[in-house]
Design a binder for this molecule. Sequence first.
Ligand code: BEZ
Length: 217
Amino acid sequence: MDTEITTQARAGLRIGDTLPDFEARSTIGPVKLSAFRGRWLILFSHPADFTPVCTTEFVELSSQADEFERRDCALMALSVDSLFSHFAWLRLIRDRFGIEVRFPIVEDPTLVIGRAFGMVAPQDNDSAAVRTTFFVDPTGVIRAMTCYPASVGRSIPEMLRMLDALMAIDESGGLAPANWQVGAPLLRAPTNDLDEVYGASEETGWFLRDMPGGRKQ
Ligand code: BEZ
């Protein structure tokens, strides 16, 4: 594997960080992270192949592949398992569920990527503890991240909603409120101007106010 990542791995990546580049083997051939610049990318780790929750995630993600494509968002999975384990698992998923997983699954047998990216805790010898997801914008910057336990599968509708919200706030400069969905109003940023605070007609009008429109579909 060719990688910019060193063993002096950072303690983990945070929102606002640029993902370090790496090149690794995957189920669609060698992949280089930087080649995905220009599109949104969801990079996510899964604890292990041939496990129940992970299998449901891969079936659901693949069945929603068109929705990610429509948002110009690539998917990339990563686990400690070998390339041949990934292949065998994908074949089983295809045969059992009739779904072909076409997004790349990277092998990370030494956990060098998982550790450097903070997807695996430095003290862990396997990746079974967590499901980490990075939402990466077209410039390679992490815009959101989630961390679920191995025992709880990720929500694919929530992944799509997160992408929609990030795109909508980029387009409008607004803020996405709780439970926001495409088409609902965004919020305006609060004012920094005391005159606007005193001049607002409602008591919350200077900091809690709608912005017209959502992302156009
Ligand atoms: C699962 O995907 O089902 C799983 C993976 C690792 C530990 C426990 C469950």
